[in-house]
Design a protein around this ligand. Structure first.
Ligand code: NAP
Length: 307
């Protein structure tokens, strides 16, 4: 089968770090164009808007949309309307309803829509899911604390409305939680907003399941020194720690599973799979929890944040 002719829109940090090497090493895809106001990829025809690119390159089969979430819907709509398969970076959009709209359009156009959640493909996720399925979970504590100055330098969009603030990394934790735990719902939240910003710098979230499982999540962008991306579950089979963003699984202090990181290669394998199968993969559960936090959460204003 000939490769899927792919275009990338929004050439920035994640495209250079992850998309380009993953596409390069996947024979199911051939990168044939980019659209970005400034970013380009060596040797690949570049356009400054998706409209110009779709007009000039009719052979595009699929597009990966990697711009900030607030600007993704317009591009996704144009691509789907033109009959292209669409890969959405996480979070899939700025609102739940716009993504539902894209899902319906993809169905009408008989093309695939992929709402990607890269953290679900971290090495130890399936091992953690299997471990939890085989025991009774008593409680879960999610700790996602990182230094925003280190990971998001000069990213203004992330602090603007729709940029999600600390939920930009926090939604990665929620994408894992919604994959390995039973269905949950939010019961309380406190969101901390810097007084000069429109999105939160920290969030404290309480969830429970219908069976009464309590899950506590702490997201904080003010962490310097050691960074924490851990999910700790107290279970009848002992304490499970899924650490380093899903890279390592330990039970009762002993490392039981780890493997090399390959999140984006796995995402592109999954995208090829759904394109070939003629299906879509759109799970809005992580984004729904974030929306619930904005709806139910108490707001606290904290010290202004300056880069
Ligand atoms: P980024 O570098 O700040 O943005 C990506 C590109 O989008 C920019 O280089 C810019 O390219 C374009 N862009 C920026 N503002 C735009 C606007 N107003 N309208 C249209 N295009 C705009 O961000 P990133 O870190 O790559 O993140 C992009 C997405 O990937 C986010 O949803 C993020 O959550 C996700 N992600 C990021 C990481 C990471 O480690 N950074 C990891 C996983 C997922 P032009 O100026 O050339 O148009």
């Amino acid at each position: 089968m000939s490769p899927i002719n792919l275009a990338i829109v929004g050439v920035g940090k994640i495209v250079r770090d992850q998309h380009l090497p993953s596409i390069e090493n996947n024979s199911d895809f051939k990168l044939i164009a980019t659209a970005s106001r400034h970013g380009t990829v060596d040797g690949i025809p570049a356009f400054t808007s998706i409209e110009a690119m779709l007009d000039a390159v009719p052979g595009i089969d699929a597009v990966s949309l990697c711009m900030p979430p607030q600007y993704r819907y317009e591009a996704a709509y144009k691509a789907l309307e033109a009959g292209k398969h669409v890969f959405l970076e996480k979070p899939p959009g700025a609102t739940l309803s716009e993504v539902a709209d894209l899902e319906a359009l993809a169905k009408t156009k008989h093309v695939s829509l992929f709402a990607s959640w890269h953290s679900r493909y971290a090495p130890a996720i399936e091992a953690a899911k299997a471990f939890l399925a085989g025991t009774t979970i008593k409680s879960v504590h999610v700790i996602w604390k990182e230094d925003v100055r280190h990971w998001h330098p000069n990213q203004e969009w992330i602090w603007q409305a729709g940029g999600l603030g600390v939920f930009d990394p926090g939604i990665n934790a929620l994408s894992i939680v919604t994959h390995i735990l039973p269905p949950l719902f939010l019961t309380g939240a406190v969101l901390e907003f810097p007084e000069n910003r429109d999105s939160p710098i920290a969030a404290d979230l309480q969830f429970k399941s219908g069976q009464g499982l309590a899950v506590h999540a702490e997201f904080d962008w003010r962490q310097t020194g050691k960074q924490s991306w851990d999910i700790v579950a107290e279970t009848e089979a002992g304490q499970m720690v899924l650490s380093e963003g899903g890279s390592k699984l330990s039970v009762n202090g002993e490392l039981t599973f780890t493997a090399p990181e390959a999140e984006y290669p796995s995402l592109y394998r999954r995208f090829a799979e759904i394109v070939k199968a003629g299906t879509s993969d759109v799970d809005l559960a992580p984004l729904r929890h974030v929306a619930d936090a904005f709806m139910l959460g108490k707001r606290k204003f904290v010290e202004a944040f300056h880069d």
